[in-house]
Design a protein around this ligand. Sequence first.
Ligand SMILES: [Zn+2]
Length: 107
Amino acid sequence: MTEKIICPYCEKALTEKYYCISCQKDFGVAARHSEEGTLPDYQIAQQDYIDNACFHFLKEFVPISHWDIAQISIIRDALISVLIKFHNKKEYDLYPWLLEPEDIVST
Ligand SMILES: [Zn+2]
């Protein structure tokens, strides 16, 4: 068993330099931020973009509604599901998460 970070797109283990060979993508910036427990600014901005879009959508129907993450997260989950299922988007691009090492069985 070794601890490795998994590619957020294809779920294969990244190299020591946080590179996914299958996707040919470098996750170095995100992985190093994850070690500090934070996302890079551009990923925080992406999360804010989605949450704000959900809040504006809610306000279309309830103009007096206030920012409530419980309500926003329900809309967000539905929106993300639609974007993935019907529009071929990647969850990690829409709403990125921390890349934390996981125990994987080495082969
Ligand atoms: Zn990958």
